[in-house]
Design a binder for this molecule. Structure first.
Ligand code: GLN
Length: 529
């Protein structure tokens, strides 16, 4: 029988439920347990694709083309596995299914209600994660904070599962926060007590309390939490602030979270094999050199908007014994200060993006990196602006642009993908998910990948206009990866430049701590040179 573990959050958001869930997955997997992870997001959006990165951080794209919350990215990185549609669930999806069934007449004669129909659908989808992956344990992260109205149907579904299944098949871990009073340097447990009370109101008694805390938690405080929250003393787990999220599995192992959870679930498991993980964390902590990379973007105020790119840079950095220091450059600032805004970086990276604001700053940065011989990595929009800059500067096509920004551009060097012409709805309609491509032998890209056949993940509506392909190649911006039918240009590189690469896809989604992405490795290496 599969086991269900739920991770809920209390007190405040942003405590790192995703990282805790991912860390638990990492630990259980390292002990030979077949585990999968699932995120439930209680908002009404069907997926994360239509949400503003300012509010929700990056949209993570799975291999099968779902636009998900960034926590799925943590899961993939900590498990070293590709996940998919079964691992991500929103209220929007749940209601969509129930309402569709209602329209089909599947509930004919019944009143369709939250308790029973919605909660049944939630349970069906949680079980679906097990069916889709064949896992023995599924760890389900419940988004939001206990007490949120949106979260209530999920808590009710968990409560029902606890009733329906044997006690040893379901466990609940509550992630909470111990604030510190600045005047007395005292950790306070009251908010935790209150959030557990809130959980109990929904009929759920947690089995473990994981307490995020800025400083060491004294034993007496663990006693207090155990007493007031009604959990065994040894089920109070301290999760201190760490310099890297990749250290969390190691601290949780030290606290015995996985060991105690397995005991609670009545599961036997082997010893951990975490040697490679530990070595990775060591490399992260003790770099031999530092390299400064500038990221030019529109959402630089919020680091989470570019989370996977940051992680991919750190994975590559660790492999090269290098600390990657990122400088955030707002594209608006480049528009004002030109090259002055770009000074002092060993390399420039332009990530994906949408809409006209700030795009001229990015075009300038891409052109500047090419002319100045600075390593450049353009991802999605970053490839498109590199193409625009090249058209204007090297081909002399003054008003070259993407039709996304200028529908009447005289040189539409970036245009809509053929099948996007008639698309008007925004949700889930881009070119999404993994597509195979062919790498042109003898290119920088070929050198980095060491192979000619790769699959990469996409999320875009516009593409390199194939009409101009030969003109670009002749002037020195050569297509270096194509779709298998040879029609779509998936990557370009500048001939004669130390490292100038633009890719239409998102390599950052495939980078893993123990398997850094070859292009991020190539880019960081070039920045070091
Ligand atoms: N806005 C561009 C497009 O849709 C780039 C998208 C992206 O960078 N993810 O093609």
């Amino acid at each position: 029988m599969p086991k269900y573990v739920f991770v809920t959050g209390g007190v405040v958001s942003g405590l790192g439920k995703g990282v805790l869930t991912a860390s638990l997955g990492c630990l259980l997997q390292a002990r030979g347990v077949k585990v999968t992870l699932q995120k439930v997001d209680p908002y009404l959006n069907v997926d994360a694709g239509t949400m503003n990165p300012y509010e929700h951080g990056e949209v993570f794209v799975t291999r099968d083309g779902l636009e998900t919350d960034l926590d799925i990215g943590h899961y993939e990185r900590f498990l070293g596995q590709d996940l998919g549609a079964a691992n991500y669930l929103t209220t929007g999806q749940v209601y969509w299914d129930v309402i569709t069934r209602e329209r089909n007449g599947d509930y004919l004669g019944h009143t369709v209600q939250v308790i029973l129909h919605i909660t049944d659908e939630i349970k069906r989808r949680i079980r679906g994660a097990v069916d889709a992956t064949g896992a023995d344990v599924v760890v389900v992260e419940v988004g939001g904070t206990v007490g949120d109205i949106e979260g209530l149907p999920y808590l009710e579904a968990i409560r029902q599962l606890r009733d329906e299944l044997p006690r040893s098949d379901v466990a609940v871990i509550h992630l909470s926060y111990l604030p510190i009073l600045s005047t007395t340097q005292e950790l306070k447990t009251k908010p935790t007590q209150h959030s557990v009370k809130e959980l109990r109101t929904a009929g759920i008694q947690p089995d473990f309390i994981v307490a995020r805390c800025p400083i060491e938690v004294p034993d007496s405080l663990r006693d207090k939490i155990a007493l007031f929250c009604d959990v065994p003393h040894e089920h109070v787990i301290a999760s201190p602030d760490l310099p890297t999220i990749y250290g969390v599995p190691l601290v949780m192992r030290e606290e015995g979270l996985d060991e105690k959870l397995l005991a609670r679930l009545g599961l036997a498991a082997g010893e951990w094999d975490l040697t490679a993980w530990e070595a990775f964390v060591d490399r992260l902590r003790s770099p031999e050199r530092t390299v400064r990379i500038g990221i030019v973007g529109k959402y630089v105020e919020l680091r989470d908007a570019y989370l996977s790119i940051l992680e991919a840079l750190h994975h590559a950095g660790a492999a090269l014994a290098t600390r990657v220091e990122v400088g955030w450059i707002p594209s608006g600032q480049v528009e004002r200060d030109r090259e002055r805004a770009l000074a002092g970086y060993a390399g420039l990276l332009i990530p994906g993006g949408f809409g006209e604001r700030g795009v001229e700053g990015k075009v300038f940065a891409a052109g500047y990196a090419r002319r100045a011989g600075i390593p450049y990595f353009g991802i999605c929009l970053g490839m498109q602006v590199a193409t625009i800059a090249f058209a204007r500067e090297a081909l002399g096509w003054e008003k070259a642009n993407s039709t996304e920004f200028d529908p009447h551009a005289p040189y539409p060097v970036i245009g809509l993908l053929p099948d996007q012409g008639t698309v008007t709805a925004k949700g889930g309609t881009m070119r999404l998910g993994e597509y195979a491509m062919r790498i042109v032998p003898g290119t920088l890209l070929h050198d980095a990948y060491g192979t000619t056949e790769v699959g990469e993940r996409h999320r875009h509506r516009y593409e390199f206009n194939p009409h101009y392909r030969d003109a670009f190649a002749a002037a020195g911006l050569r297509p270096c990866a194509l779709s298998p039918d040879g029609r779509l240009v998936e990557a370009v590189e500048a001939v004669g430049h130390p490292w100038y690469v633009g890719v239409q896809y998102h390599p950052e989604f495939r980078s893993r701590p123990l398997a850094p992405h070859p292009l991020f490795l190539g880019f960081v290496r070039a920045c070091l040179a």
